[in-house]
Design a protein around this ligand. Structure first.
Ligand code: ZN
Length: 109
């Protein structure tokens, strides 16, 4: 999973953006985000259209370099804050009969 580091101030993001929220810079370098820790999560039993998976777990992950990301949490042994996770690429949901791909998180072995 790509991370994006502002070349002007060094702030990092898990998602591409046009401007740095800290300094307004617009020049980013990509780097690899590999693993992190589940900080908190919520469990949704009423899932949005296009998501068959129930319950849907959404969590906030803090990567080892401090970068934060929001994403689906899947394939865990015991769901709790503090477990180590890593991003995996796959289908996030269906929209208009088409799969939408992106990253979700699984517990590291
Ligand atoms: Zn910046």
């Amino acid at each position: 999973m790509n991370g994006y580091r502002c070349k002007a101030c060094g702030k990092t993001y898990a998602y591409k953006r046009l401007r740095c929220a800290r300094c307004g810079g617009s020049d980013f370098e990509e780097y690899e985000l590999t693993g992190g820790t589940l900080i908190t999560y919520t469990v949704l039993w009423a899932t949005p259209k296009g998501i068959e998976r129930s319950p849907l777990v959404l969590g906030i992950v803090k990567f080892d370099d401090g970068t934060m990301a929001l994403g689906q949490i899947r394939e865990y042994r015991e769901l709790k804050a503090g477990i180590k996770v890593r991003p995996e690429q796959g289908i996030l949901r269906e929209s208009g009969g088409q799969p939408l791909y992106g990253y979700y998180f699984v517990e590291t072995a």
